[in-house]
Design a protein around this ligand. Structure first.
Ligand code: ZN
Length: 176
């Protein structure tokens, strides 16, 4: 819950500070402006890793990924870097990150933050909600933001879970 809000706020602030447009944003350009390196790995890399080069973060994405998947991975990497700025009091922070496939199963706070951040960066909540209220199909929303349908679905679920938690808090029922 806290993590969700912190990640949303971090993405929104970045969006505001850098005057990032709503639609089909370019995470590669954002990384560049933040002095975060982005490199393509060879085929030996399955998906993505976040590495340190002389203590500076570098997001390495696999050349095997599609351009749409690379965008998502770069946004995810940006989330890890941003998390360090926002919540670096745990001292458990690590730049080590491998396949996002593990997130659904045993997700750590860090993975969750990076994941919510990437979703919030690519699909701002207010705009997303507006489109859902208008009755737009998931595929249409995905196309608008330049993501996969599965990402738009995940974003929808994240927002729904968050709203549910908010509601149960308001009603005094124990949330998560
Ligand atoms: Zn990660």
């Amino acid at each position: 819950m806290l993590t969700f809000e912190a990640a949303e706020i971090a993405a929104d602030s970045l969006r505001r500070d850098m005057e990032i447009p709503i639609q089909a944003i370019d995470p590669f350009q954002i990384a560049q402006k933040l002095n975060i390196g982005v490199a393509l790995s060879g085929p030996e890399e399955v998906s993505y890793t976040l590495k340190l080069h002389d203590r500076y973060p570098c997001i390495v994405v696999s050349e095997k990924l599609t351009p749409v998947e690379r965008r998502l991975m770069v946004s995810h990497g940006l989330g890890h870097v941003k998390e360090r700025e926002v919540t670096d009091f745990s001292h458990r922070y690590s730049f080590e990150c491998h396949s996002p496939d593990r997130i659904e199963k045993g997700q750590s706070v860090h993975e969750y933050f990076a994941h919510v951040f990437s979703m919030a960066l690519l699909m701002p909540r207010w705009q997303f909600n507006l489109m859902v209220e208008k009755g737009m199909k998931t595929q249409e929303i995905a196309d608008f933001f330049g993501v996969r349908r599965v990402d738009a679905l995940y974003r929808k679920r994240l927002i729904e879970n968050f709203n549910k938690t908010l509601l149960s808090k308001t009603l005094g029922i124990d949330g998560e």
